[in-house]
Ligand binder design. Structure first.
Ligand SMILES: [Zn+2]
Length: 106
């Protein structure tokens, strides 16, 4: 059944999240049989996939969260760039790339 693929499991021992279409017997990471079904309302590690979001949409969401203070201003990469700078760079690079691809197709 198609809905079964959407069921998310958590390994109680190694905290690995995973999905399998076949009947679950053990964790794919540590082979533990101590696994449980995760309620989607609690946590969804596959939300990008489930909502079918594009990379631009994800970058835009993260940017809006950061600007609105939903993510603390403490996230930086090793070059000292803050998350909003990183996301903005990625967003505009990707946007330019898509514009270029569209201009070639026309
Ligand atoms: Zn495990």
């Amino acid at each position: 059944m198609k809905e079964d693929i959407k069921i998310q499991y958590e390994c109680v021992d190694c905290l690995n999240y995973f999905r399998l279409s076949s009947p679950i017997k053990f964790c794919a990471e540590c082979k533990s049989e101590n696994i449980r079904v995760v309620d989607k309302a609690d946590y969804n590690d596959f939300i990008i996939e489930d909502l079918n979001l594009t990379e631009l949409q994800v970058l835009n969401i993260v940017s809006v969260w950061y600007i609105n203070g939903m993510i603390p201003d403490i996230l930086q990469n090793s070059n000292g760039c803050e998350l909003d700078e990183i996301v903005d760079d990625l967003f505009f690079n990707k946007l330019e790339e898509e514009k270029l691809i569209r201009s070639i197709k026309l």
